[in-house]
Design a protein around this ligand. Sequence first.
Ligand SMILES: *Cc1c(COP(=O)(O)O)cnc(C)c1O
Length: 425
Amino acid sequence: MKDFDTRRSSALLNRAQQCIPGGVNSPVRAFAAVEGDPLFIARGEGRWLIDEDDNRMLDLVGSWGPLILGHAHPVVVASALAALERGASFGAPTAAEVDFAEALCAAHPVLDQVRLCSSGTEATMHAIRLARGFTGRDVIIKIDGCYHGAHESVLVKAGSGVATFAQPGSPGIPAAVAALTKTAPFNDLEAVAAHLEQGDVAALIIEAVPGNMGCISPDSNYLKGLRELTKEHGTVFIVDEVMTGFRLALGGACERFGIDADLVCLGKIVGGGFPLAAFGGRLEIMKRLSPSGPVYQAGTLSGNPVAVAAGMATLSLLTPALYEGLERAGATVEARLSEAVAARGCSMSRVGSMFTIFFRPTLPSNFTQVSQCDMAAFGRFHRGVLKRGVYFPPSQYEAAFLPDSLSAEEMDHLVVGIQGALAEA
Ligand SMILES: *Cc1c(COP(=O)(O)O)cnc(C)c1O
């Protein structure tokens, strides 16, 4: 175990804190929940991150999900550079956008049409507005601990950073807006049914496999049950696949679990590490979107040529063999860690290449149960994996992601690092 030097990161953090609130441009990067300081990253090489102090870490965060192919994949880099040389942005349609939209519609079972935007937050915000415009209703249902970005309607009992910092929502969200968001625990059909009975619910939005309260598995009848209930009540069923899209399968969680959603949101992997996201779904709903319909939505940089080129290059590499490889790697990690996980009194959940080690002996199935984890122990674990050269998400409320094509040596490094940190935590 090499000495973990953080002098340059510490100096950068001091400067950053003067000019950026908390020194970071997104709160989850702050390492606050693990009582640490963020590492400033100098570069990525394949599956590895190298920070400003020259620490090399196997990366299980992957920019919070997008980097399924690892860092600076040559095909993605070449494609983005070639697009950039033709011009960064036109604010006008391009052939590449059409190719890309066609590829998305072909890959994801729910997409008849798709609209590109620049972040997952935008995708869910627009999808919710579209559902409201389509139904003429105002109320939405979200699930406790699911995260759908940082806008008003969904920062209510949200997961990810909001949970990490123990905030139920956020000041600055008008009570009148929050009142339109009803919540229900994950895996609880009755709570959803009770809201739907009111007859005023425009949309139900959910992460089909939540990754933002750690990785949680849906009970066997839950997703089908939600589909039936929403259909019965004329409520738009939005599956937020910003994390799971192109992660759990080409067609995301919808393909993997056979979910017939009305709308889906995509982001993260879809842009190959660039700011690109999308929402789309059934034609009947999508044609209500401006300019073909009255529901307004727009974006100066939507469909940005460089981001589209990186996204298209990424999609071109997502083969069935890649998903088989990720599934095998996930199963290997799970099998090789199971003893150390149990010995430490932890539980591990995994869906495909997403996984979480929970610091509680039995697997949680909703947000309340995740909050019962031993967060101090998770913090010790996190410091332990870092110094063993494994960059792990800095919160119990986050999922780790395996990148494609881990070598046998990298797999050993990952397993040994996590085993060591578990024993020490
Ligand atoms: C990351 C995430 C978002 C937000 O995406 P941003 O690009 O950070 O705005 C929304 N939904 C889910 C499920 C996510 O994981």
